[in-house]
Design a protein around this ligand. Structure first.
Ligand code: F6R
Length: 615
């Protein structure tokens, strides 16, 4: 996701300083970079931007490298508009006297842009962000030139997520900053102050930090920081002293990226939902070009993906068949094109990939296209090969996932799949508005429910430690829980190197039960109301063979307790079809803590790569 850095103060070569700080945020991933400086002497605003790595920007700096003044800089992870010099931040108003950088999404940018175009503003990029620069200019004209009021006024009109920093020729020693939903911190210095989207960027200069909260608005000068709400109500935030080292700070204070990314998931879900749910709780996909008539014409849906993304696809299959009553097939991408797939112009092929570069998935996409299918990709990495080649793209907006073992990308894929299924059902008039709205309400509650499960993280860590000595694991479930079991087993294998298998619980007695003995641990997911009693019987079969049984159940389901299983993890309930989002969280934590107890290389497991670009 985008990275932000900024500086106000009297240092020489402040552009260099801000770019060096920005390098500390490279781990967040980006596709272009840019910088704006308000020169200390002339007060002119100069902007420089380049597609690609920070090195490209540095190579183009020339005299700017030695410049002194107030500086903001940005690394962009493309959302609206492809990666390019023009779409890189900072963006300016028509006069070039205001420059700003932004992390997040401005949801109402289209209507604002139409208004600003009618007012005569000229746009130079395809981004949502540029709208904000012109909007500030528009307010400035109307309010007689008061910069602070103009920034506040513009922000009050914007909906969506933002961390934003604004500089101007008019107030050369001031940065205005605000945030809602995207991170922003201020590093406090003596006669100087720093801004960044994450703490590591300022740690070389100060350990005193203010972490801004949603709705905060800051006026930052060399001498101090004034905090208010966007509307101007004064607020205070406690200063916080950073005691971590830089590597720990990049991981948000967690020992591994995997654990950080597990804890990121409430926000991930919000980010995937953002912009796709109307005020009336209906589904909208402004990015889809596919006409509704075409959407309704598909006779079958084929979902293709690898690994974790395939497991998300399995949830999608069950959801779509339940909701749409249309046949849905889910195939492993590496098999797809060798199976002579039954795909034609009446097929919707949904291709799921975090990286958008997985060789088998890309080949499957091409095969589906050759056979005449319409292809819809669910992808995290903007501008990746799969995103470019698919007919339609739905981005998951999970942000950069660094841990090889996928956690937040998986959850974001589930959310995207649910939204697409509900969207088709809505367009088909298969569901009443109220029913769609009820589903959406439950989707919107998921971030809070995931956060609630994460409060059990310490208890799950306790539970995990003795399990690290298990000789092998089974993960069992029925219905939606079976798909969760597959993903849970994969997570454990990848990071702990303990052998693990997932089974549809009813299959155990057809063979695998022979393997259950002391030392074998069995995680039983029992979150599906209609199948709960059947799961109870399967759990008993395991216990009768002296396996260690761990049950994941919904709060209020008391059939499995300390008398029938060794441990119970209780999670909040939602619609059964959405339970995979909640049920996978304890399994991710178990996998992580078992691997940690065994001292594994958690973020980079042996033999594995984050992006599998070979067949
Ligand atoms: C497991 C994992 C992999 C990927 C698979 C597909 O944690 O991350 O199984 O899901 O390699 O990768 P993408 O989604 O990038 O196509």
């Amino acid at each position: 996701m985008c990275g932000i850095t900024g500086y106000v103060g009297g240092r020489e070569k402040s552009v260099r300083l801000v770019l060096d700080n920005l390098k500390k945020l490279e781990y967040r991933g980006y596709d272009s970079a840019g910088v704006a400086v308000v020169a200390a002497d002339t007060h002119d605003v100069t902007v420089l931007k380049r597609q690609g790595k920070l090195g490209n920007l540095e190579a183009a700096l020339d005299g700017l490298g030695a410049a002194r003044g107030t500086v903001i800089a940005h690394t962009r992870w493309a959302t609206h508009g492809r990666p390019s010099d023009g779409n890189a931040h900072p963006h300016c108003d028509c006069t070039g006297r205001i420059a700003l950088i932004h992390n997040g999404i401005i949801e109402n940018y289209l209507s604002l842009k139409e208004r600003l175009l009618a007012e005569g503003h000229v746009f130079h990029s395809d981004t949502d962000t540029e709208v904000l620069a012109h909007l500030i200019e528009s307010h400035l004209k109307r309010n007689g030139g008061k910069m602070e009021m103009a920034v506040r006024g513009a922000l009050a009109e914007v909906t969506g997520a933002y961390a934003v920093c604004v500089v101007s020729e008019q107030e050369p020693e001031t940065i205005y900053a605000a945030k809602t939903a995207s991170p922003l911190i201020i590093g406090l210095g003596e006669g100087e102050n720093f801004l960044a989207s994450d703490i590591p960027a300022v740690m070389g200069h100060t350990r005193r930090v203010l972490v801004l909260e949603d709705g905060d608005f800051a006026r930052i000068t060399p001498d101090g920081v004034t905090l208010t709400t966007v509307a101007g109500e004064p607020i205070t935030r406690d200063e916080f002293a950073v005691t971590w080292d830089v590597r720990t700070a990049e991981k948000g204070g967690y020992p591994h990226f995997m654990l950080k990314e597990i804890h990121d998931q409430p926000q991930t879900i919000r980010d995937t939902l953002r912009g796709r749910v109307t005020e009336g709780n209906q589904i909208t996909f402004p990015e889809l070009k596919l006409p509704t008539a075409k959407l309704l014409d598909f006779h079958r849906i084929v979902i293709v993906a690898c690994g974790t993304a395939y497991h998300a696809g399995m949830v999608g299959k069950s959801f779509y068949e339940h909701l749409l009553r249309r046949p849905v097939e889910v195939q492993v991408a590496s098999e797809f094109r060798y199976n002579d797939p039954i795909v034609d112009q009446h097929t919707l092929a949904i291709i799921i990939s975090q990286s958008g570069e997985t060789a088998d998935t890309l080949a499957a996409l091409r095969e589906a296209k050759v056979k005449g299918a319409t292809t819809l990709a669910i992808v995290n990495v903007v501008g990746s090969s799969i995103a470019r080649e698919a007919d339609e793209v739905i981005y998951t907006y999970a942000g950069l996932e660094i841990s090889v073992a996928s956690t937040k990308a998986y959850v974001s894929q589930l959310i995207a799949l649910y939204l697409i299924g509900l969207y088709i059902a809505q367009q088909e008039n298969k569901l009443d508005r109220e029913v769609v709205a009820a589903y959406v309400e439950q989707l919107k509650a998921l971030p809070r429910q995931v956060a609630q499960i994460l409060t059990q993280a310490d208890a799950i860590a306790e539970l995990a430690r003795p399990l690290a000595h298990s000789s092998s694991f089974f993960f069992l479930g029925r219905g939606f829980d079976y798909a969760v079991a597959l993903e849970a087993a994969l997570k454990l294998k990848e990071v702990s190197y303990i052998h693990a298998e997932a089974y549809a619980a009813g299959e155990m007695k057809h063979g695998p039960l022979a393997l259950v003995e002391p030392g074998v641990s069995v995680v039983c997911f029992a979150t599906q109301s209609a199948l709960y009693d059947k799961m109870l019987s399967n759990v008993k079969e395991v216990k009768a063979r002296d396996g260690a049984a761990i049950a994941v159940v919904k709060e209020g389901d008391e059939g499995l307790d300390a008398r029938s299983v060794d441990s119970v993890i209780r999670i909040p309930g939602t619609h059964d079809t959405f339970m995979p989002v909640l049920a996978i969280i304890p399994a991710q934590l178990l996998a992580y803590h078992i691997a940690a107890a065994l001292g594994r290389e958690i973020d980079q497991p042996r033999n594995l790569a984050k992006s599998v670009t070979v067949e």
